[in-house]
Design a protein around this ligand. Structure first.
Ligand code: NAD
Length: 488
């Protein structure tokens, strides 16, 4: 770890082009969830620090230089940041694995994606040609242009710390906004490192600001401040409700990526082995701490027993372990508090009559006792009246429901307040498309799972979110549309 630390800056906030410690002098220890080892100490910002960061972003935006910088130059800076992320990808991946205990293989994949996301938005920066529309009034012209929104508060979660931050930073900077980024207090290390790289890339002072600290202090200030024009938040739905209320003071724009309870609908004509692979990948990847985790398996009655049997057999072989051991397939949960939540849900599932067929407990391996592990868990005989089916557990817990008809499959898949993503598996392409179009979700995969990329928009229907990240839609979130009308 030490080889990656830069003691001069790691652990500090970046405000107005300077690395600073919190005014209060408070710090927070960051731990490795595999064995609770302390891996870093970071400064713990407070409301006053958030105010200073917001003020710096406000000054930098109001000065106007950044928004007026030619879009191609802004794009070049965002592209340079992509290059630097690629240069330091191995270091960033290690930091992410220390912070979250996700496997190095997963973290390496994230870093590749992140560089691609910065590069994609760098490329889009100068592509907005504006629009001239036919004005209905003689001797006039109407021009439509897009402009940056202003100061953007950006709040990210702990499950994909840098990936989620990059979905916000890259489009905001490419379009000429100034930002105040607040990573999760549990996992700030890679966001600190990327802020260092943004400084190295040469963003002007005040354009990129980083505040560290807790949600209810620093995050709340970003949501409430009248000097913040847009708040972009990824996290849990209850936090989303609080931020939405806090944002009403100045009617700031909101962009929310919230939770999911994603159905994985499998018809009997699906290739069994392939389906088993993706059921496992859908729910046990990153120990189920994924907003788009395939937590609900909805399977056609005639395939049910064979599929469940196959899933159980394969799940038993999942190797739990340490992030830096290449044999590890699943790591621990992020914290003791989060494990307690997952275990509460397992008890709820049992109490409401779901049948536990695998897991539900902690591993007995002595080597894993300090980590926040829960064994991969499978419940069958589930239905949509159960909380274990309706609420986001955010852990390695799979529920299984069965269906008999296409209509029933669609009804079950949609019987949720969430609408982030889902999948349908069938060799009958017509049916797969029919079902996909009936599913009320922001993303539906056909014969695949958990695929996303910079070019395609990502976001939720219903209570899974407001607005979109990624794709052209993700760029537009960070712009205002202006109509310039001229009489001549
Ligand atoms: P969380 O809501 O607890 O915290 C997210 C962020 O919000 C953190 O930075 C936290 O400090 C901050 N926060 C907490 N209270 C706040 C407040 N009162 N005001 C302002 N900010 C506050 O979520 P989490 O546990 O870090 O992340 C898990 C959740 O994120 C899950 O529900 C998951 O589904 C969701 N998620 C969604 C997506 C998506 O793309 N839709 C992606 C990743 C994670």
């Amino acid at each position: 770890m030490e080889q990656y630390l830069n003691p001069d800056t790691l652990g500090k906030m970046y405000i107005d082009g300077e690395w600073r410690e919190a005014a209060s002098g408070k710090t927070r220890d960051i731990i490795y969830p595999y064995d609770q080892r302390k891996i870093a100490r970071v400064t713990e910002g407070d409301v006053e620090d958030a105010r200073q960061a917001i003020a710096a972003a406000r000054r930098a935006f109001d000065k106007g230089d950044w928004a007026r910088t030619p879009a191609s130059e802004r794009g070049a800076l965002v592209g340079k940041l992509a290059d630097l992320i690629e240069r330091d990808a191995e270091e960033l991946a290690a930091l992410e694995s220390w912070d979250t205990a996700k496997t190095m293989e997963e973290s390496r994949g994230d870093m590749q994606d992140i560089a691609g996301i910065f590069r994609y938005f760098a490329g889009l920066a100068d592509k907005d040609a504006g629009e001239v529309i036919a004005s209905p009034i003689p001797n006039t012209t109407s021009t439509i242009v897009r402009e940056p929104v202003g100061v953007c508060g950006q709040i990210s979660p702990w499950n994909y710390p840098l990936l989620q931050a990059s979905w916000k930073m890259a489009p905001a900077l490419a379009t000429g906004n100034t930002i105040v980024m607040k990573p999760s207090e549990d996992t700030p290390l890679t966001t600190i490192k990327v802020t260092q790289l943004a400084e190295e890339a040469g963003f002007p002072a005040g354009v990129v600001n980083l505040v560290l600290g807790a949600g209810p202090t620093v995050g709340k200030e970003l949501a409430e401040s009248v000097d913040v024009d847009l708040i972009s938040f990824t996290g849990g739905i209850e936090t989303g409700r609080k931020i939405m209320q806090a944002a009403t003071g100045n009617m700031k724009k909101i962009a929310f990526e919230l939770g999911g309870k994603n159905p994985n609908v499998i018809f009997a004509d699906t290739d069994l082995e392939l389906a088993i692979d993706y059921v496992l990948n859908g729910i046990f990847f990153h120990a189920g701490q994924v907003c788009s985790a395939g937590a609900r398996l909805i399977v056609e009655d005639s395939l049910h027993d064979k599929l469940v049997e196959g899933v159980i057999e394969r799940t038993k072989k999942i190797r739990l372990g340490e992030a830096f051991d290449p044999k590890t397939e699943m790591g621990p949960l992020i914290s003791e508090k989060h494990r307690a939540k997952v275990e509460r849900y397992i008890q709820i599932g049992k109490d409401e009559g779901a049948k536990l067929v695998l897991g539900g407990d902690r591993p007995s391996d002595p080597a894993l006792q300090k980590g926040f592990f829960v064994n991969p868990t499978i419940f069958v005989d589930c239905d949509t009246s159960m909380r274990i089916v309706q609420e986001e557990v955010f852990g390695p817990v799979l529920t299984v429901e069965r269906f008999h008809t296409e209509e029933e499959a669609i009804r079950l898949a949609n019987d949720t307040t969430y609408g982030l993503s889902g999948a349908v598996w069938s060799k009958d392409q017509n049916r797969a498309h029919r079902v996909a179009s009936a599913m009320r979700m922001g993303t539906v995969w056909i014969n695949d799972f958990n695929i996303y990329f910079a070019q395609a928009p990502w976001g939720g229907y219903k209570q899974s979110g407001i607005g979109r990240e990624l794709g052209a839609a993700g760029l537009e979130e960070y712009t205002e549309i202006k109509h310039v009308y001229q009489n001549y």
